[in-house]
Design a protein around this ligand. Sequence first.
Ligand SMILES: NC(=O)c1ccc[n+]([C@@H]2O[C@H](COP(=O)([O-])OP(=O)(O)OC[C@H]3O[C@@H](n4cnc5c(N)ncnc54)[C@H](OP(=O)(O)O)[C@@H]3O)[C@@H](O)[C@H]2O)c1
Length: 302
Amino acid sequence: MPKVLNGAAIAAAIKQEVAEEVKKLAAQGVRPGLAAVLVGHVPASEIYVKSKVQTCAELGLNSDLITPPDTVTTEEMLDLVHSLNDRDDIDGILVQLPLPKQVEAKVLLDAVDPSKDVDGFHPVNAGRLQAGRPALAPCTPAGIIEILKRSGLPIAGQHAVVVGRSDIVGKPAAMLLLHENATVTICHSKTRALGAVTREADILVAAIGRPGFITPEMVKPGATIIDVGINRIETREDFDRFFKGNEKREAAFAKRGSVIVGDVHPAAFEVSGAYTPVPGGVGLLTIAMLMSNTVRAAELAT
Ligand SMILES: NC(=O)c1ccc[n+]([C@@H]2O[C@H](COP(=O)([O-])OP(=O)(O)OC[C@H]3O[C@@H](n4cnc5c(N)ncnc54)[C@H](OP(=O)(O)O)[C@@H]3O)[C@@H](O)[C@H]2O)c1
């Protein structure tokens, strides 16, 4: 039976450690602070940001939720970011994506002080990560490494295949795996014979954004699968493709009219040695790592 890598338990352990670190900093008169910028009313973003602010409170961090209207301009957002860069009580700045079309996201993310870039998206942090220097690493990829390490799964010498090369997941995940001495292959939409490459993986990271894309024949028996994907499926046809006969999911689908599936077909998990479920896997690590990055930024600033 494959081992289920429990994201909830690992995230809880990290948050516990962060809370202890926050207590130590409090004794020195330091309280880490996160500014969360949420533009307009994107329901998924509202849920994510609410959860981030709530976790700050649980762990003893300060948070400041700033909610510009969806008519905000790039210039107004730049003024806001500059003011947050200047604030001593703010150690981390989080600009929730996506932003409205008129706001130039890259210009804005580049304006965040790299030492407060707790999402790890700034080119300075991307460069530092690549160069193997201390950096604030993007939260989801950092969470992947924590899952592997804390589950006692070897990384050094393993062949890690990362499917996806986005700046926020695929590339940094590959870089972090490389720094842990994995032999890393990065795949993308132009990769030929993808299945033949993924079948070579001891650690297979799927960050594609396509529901159930990785099928059982693409997985080496016994491999570790890290499924980063979060895809909502809403039709009966899609549901049956992934979850036919799964009573728990059937009940959730009947209740909500949708369910979440990762980038890995559930049948592919059966071939693996260990896997992160969706939901309940990588996704839960992202907020824990954001908290960890904010405390780290505060420590570096003191
Ligand atoms: N768990 C979390 O907290 C968390 C955080 C972030 C993202 N996610 C989820 O992770 C997934 C990936 O996110 P992302 O932001 O990295 O997505 P993205 O920016 O859309 O990147 C997707 C990557 O997948 C590759 N790809 C697309 N179709 C492919 C195919 N047929 N064969 C091989 N590669 C293919 C793309 O290749 P090209 O570069 O060639 O186009 C691209 O590099 C999404 O489901 C997202 O919702 C989860």
